[in-house]
Structures are given as C-alpha cells and as structure tokens.
Design a binder for this molecule. Sequence first.
Ligand code: PXL
Length: 276
Amino acid sequence: MKRILTIQDISCIGRCSLTVALPIISAFEIETAVIPTAVLSQHTAFDHFSFRDLTEEIPEITSQWKKDNERFDAIYTGYMGSKHQIDLVSELFDDFGEGSLVIVDPAMADNGSLYAGFPGDFAESMIKLVKKSDVIIPNLTEACLLLGEEYDPASFTEEKVKKMMKDLSELGCREVIITGISSGRDKLGAAGFDAVKNECYFRFNERFLQNFHGTGDIFSSVVAGSMVKGAGLDRAVKNAVDFTSLCIRYTMHDPDRRWYGVNFEPALKEIPGMME
Ligand code: PXL
C-alpha cells in the first residue's frame, strides 16, 4: 500500500486540514501518517478559537521515526502554526523527503488577506518549503504573497495566471497548481503548470454563489491522493476540481454552515472510481 505523511493542524470543529485530509486520502486506499501542527477548538475563520501549538512535538516524533527509517511515498503539508515550525518541517523534508513526492499547500491566506494570527512576513518563511517541494498548490492570494505581488482580482487573466505559475516554478518546484481561477462568470476551477514539459492546463466546473470554508484542503488532498496513485498533473487537477465542486453541491442546501466546511462525506464514495 502507498503511504502519505500529511503535516497540518487539527481544527476540532470546522472541517478543514487533517479532518478532511485523513478521510479523503484513506478513500484513495492510501495509508495516511500524520503530524498535527497545532490543535484548535475551531479554525481561525471563526471569530473565537483556542490554539495549542505543537511545534515542540515535531522533533520528538521524527527522532522516533528515524530509528525505524520510516519512509513515505509523498509528504503533503498544509496549515503551519508558526515560522519556527516551518523551519522544523523544512528539516523534516531533508530527513524524510528523499524518494518521496513533496507537495506543499501554503495554506496561509485567502481573499486577499492572511489568515488570523499570522505575521505579515509569514510568506517569506513559507517560501522555504516551496523551494524544497515538487508540487505547490496555492490559491490566488497565496500565489501573490509568494511572488511578492499585489492581489488584484481584476488582473487574473489567463496570460497573467500562466506567468504567475511560471514565476512560482522558478522558486524551485516542478509543478504548480493555482486554485480559485475563474473562467467567465459561471465557471471556477484551477490551473496547472508543468515546468519540465512547459505545459499549462486549465480545468473548470460550476461556480457557486456562495464560498465555503475548507475547500482548499479538500482540493489539495485529492491532488495528493491522485498523484500518489499515479495521476499526472492534468488528471490530478481535474479530479480535484470535480470533487471539490461535488462537495459544494452537497452543501448548497446547507448555506448557514459555510464556516463548518463542505459536506464532503457523501462524495467520498466517488473517489475509488476517479482513478479509472
Ligand atoms: O483551510 C485552511 C485552514 C486550515 N487550518 C486552519 C485554518 C484554515 C483557514 O482559515 O484557520 C486552522
């Protein structure tokens, strides 16, 4: 069986990060190892939450794993609790990354702003992980932060998105996926850039009127599962766009719950068929 190590927080309420990555990766029939970066009562888009940083646990966990020479087919990172934690995860990439696909979702911002609690220069630390990764999956806000560019929603033409992906790949990653790309008024999806083949892919599905929280983590988990199961970039982007869209469709009758994440549970049964 293939095995993914995913490193992100546990938000106890508000389906995101580990509480979506675990069931989604398991549905791909891939073993999931975890390192929780922090435990929160709920994610930081709620107007109150508790936050217990778990940075000190990272060396405790990895020192045990080193004794058994643990290996992973992929290492997939999401929300990081602090800049110091990013440095430790960067060391973890050195210790465990050889021979594994390193996927970084620089989960730190959306809709033009950093998530609550992050310092203004957080992106500079996140770039350290991006430089050591094979695949990155920022949304448009995160892509702008990593490139040091202004976030201007009116500027994201197809040409501009292609240039952003190329510029991001020059930080050192082979494949770049940017999420939250619009096509006209009623399509939303993602774009991928393969720096080795110098090819771009755009994949879209229906745009919904409402935004739901946690969809980025669902998207990245599907990319990680698809790639470890052998999908190329274009197929992984298509799977993730279509699955995220399906989850939102299951949630549309539940609009009051936008902060509680999307109803991905009824969509899980589609995952095994996705790779056929
Ligand atoms: O979905 C991204 C995410 C993950 N983890 C925590 C968050 C967020 C976004 O707000 O707050 C704790």
